[in-house]
Design a protein around this ligand. Structure first.
Ligand code: NAP
Length: 280
């Protein structure tokens, strides 16, 4: 199940249930969305402990950080990123109650589409944004030994992040931080429906030879990606992150490799037809 608020337009049930079908495990597993408002989170997690048939939970906005305090264990990677998007029920001989462990798969969702295209070692990567998704991106890219610069609308937030992770920082209007980048990643909601005519950076900050990844996936072709294409840069669409973070979740849930082709097919149909209010 996925818990969040609002969650009624989540793509995750169709994405995961398609995968269960493709793996012929749809008689054992079903994935549903549950609306859980912020004040109800503690009670909900405590209730889940008694429901043994719920084996795993995805967590989305606004619970990714706050849910951590209610879990028994946090995977060290999720601890470093500071957010959990996946909770697994495990049996612990020493525990008298259901043991819930939190993980983060967002960083894999960002790394996988990039690594499919280019080796990341020593690449100069400029990340726009300093929120939760940026933290996941920085964590993964530093593991790959990329050279990371964080730029953010609120520069002080980027500075705090840069100090914590040991990367560089620049102001959002510092063109040189983009000129020198091999890869630009947008982790802000700028350009997301209903603000389709907005891009986080001017078109002139992008040039041919760069790779531009926008993790926003509604609309499919964001203004940033349209600009990047016009400037002759290569692009990665946001649905690829959604796909890869879900694939990593599915493996944690079931122990099986995700059927990526079937999942991407359904995701592209949903992103194409949905538009307005889709969420993870
Ligand atoms: P967050 O923690 O709220 O951080 C948002 C960041 O974006 C902040 O640094 C904020 O800057 C910046 N920002 C917001 N609006 C902006 C604007 N108009 N112009 C420039 N900067 C702006 O959010 P998050 O959890 O990191 O998520 C960010 C985005 O990623 C969301 O759109 C979310 O849907 C998307 N996402 C996609 C996937 C996927 O699977 N594709 C997964 C996770 C998240 P300030 O510090 O100045 O406020």
């Amino acid at each position: 199940m996925v818990i969040g608020s609002p969650v009624n337009h989540s793509l995750s049930p169709q994405l995961h249930n398609t995968a269960y079908e493709a793996l012929s495990i749809d008689e054992q597993y079903i994935y549903v969305a549950c609306e859980v408002a912020k004040p109800d989170l503690a009670t909900y997690i405590s209730g889940i402990r008694t429901m043994q048939h719920i084996c795993s939970i995805s967590c989305t906005i606004p619970h990714k950080e706050s849910v951590m305090q209610y879990l028994d264990e946090i995977d060290p990677v999720a601890q470093k990123i500071g957010a959990v998007n996946t909770i697994i029920r495990t049996s612990q001989a020493s525990s008298t109650h259901s043991y819930l462990k939190g993980y983060n798969t967002d960083w894999l969702g960002i790394l996988a589409p990039l690594k499919k295209r280019v080796p990341l070692t020593d690449k100069k990567i400029t990340i726009i944004g300093a929120g939760g998704a940026a933290r996941a991106a920085i964590y993964g890219l530093l593991i790959e030994q990329a050279s990371v610069t964080v730029v953010n609308r609120t520069l002080d937030k980027a500075k705090v992040l840069a100090q914590e992770f040991g990367c560089n920082t620049a102001a959002l209007d510092h063109k040189a931080a983009f000129d020198s980048a091999d890869i630009i990643i947008n982790t802000t909601p700028a350009g997301m429906h209903p603000n389709e005519m907005i891009s986080p950076i001017p078109k002139e900050y992008i040039h041919a030879g760069q790779l531009v990844f926008d993790i926003v996936y509604t609309p499919f072709n964001t203004m940033l990606l349209r600009d990047a294409h016009e400037q002759g840069a290569d692009v990665i669409h946001g649905h690829e992150m959604l796909l890869q973070q879900a694939a990593a979740q599915l493996t944690l849930y079931t122990g099986k490799a995700a059927p990526l082709e079937a999942m991407e097919r359904v995701l592209l149909q949903l992103v194409d037809s949905g538009g307005s209010t889709l969420s993870v």
